[in-house]
Design a protein. Structure first.
Length: 149
């Protein structure tokens, strides 16, 4: 992550909740969340809570968005959209949860569409969309640039 970027625990909790939307958090999805959390410099306790949320279902209703910046909100949604398609399909539950997440984060349709475009552009630039290929730092930086524009 960029040195000036700080992602809070709630960003990752939201990603875990989205991952559980289809009733199963795939190993690739859990790995993506853990990798991003570790790269973000969270405390051991925060990472432990996130790891717990990747092992046991976490509900979006329990997500605290109060302390999230506009960049955090759009980034959570963008990573959520990326994660939701890691298993090769967008399940009905995942689509519904993405909509709930967008509503919870206060994102409009244009913001969601822009996030989707960024997700695909970064996948193309990264050479793939698998967790250890995908450039989450680039996605975060591009989301921040879009919000700041």
């Amino acid at each position: 992550m960029s040195k000036d970027v700080t992602l809070g625990k709630d960003v990752f909790m939201g990603l875990a909740a989205l991952g559980w939307a289809d009733g199963n958090l795939d190993a690739d999805e859990a790995d993506a969340i853990a990798k991003l959390a570790l790269d973000s410099g969270l405390t051991v306790e925060e990472v432990a809570a996130i790891e717990e949320a990747t092992k046991n279902p976490f509900d979006l209703a329990d997500l605290d968005t109060e302390g999230m910046s506009d960049v955090d909100k759009l980034f959570v949604y963008a990573v959520g959209e990326w994660m939701a398609t890691l298993d090769g399909e967008l399940a009905k539950g995942e689509k519904e949860t993405l909509q709930k997440l967008a509503d919870l984060l206060g994102l409009d349709e244009a913001q969601r569409a822009d996030a989707g475009i960024l997700v695909r552009e970064v996948a193309y630039a990264s050479g793939g969309d698998r967790p250890f290929d995908y450039d989450l730092t680039q996605l975060r930086d591009r989301v921040a640039a879009m919000v700041d524009a």
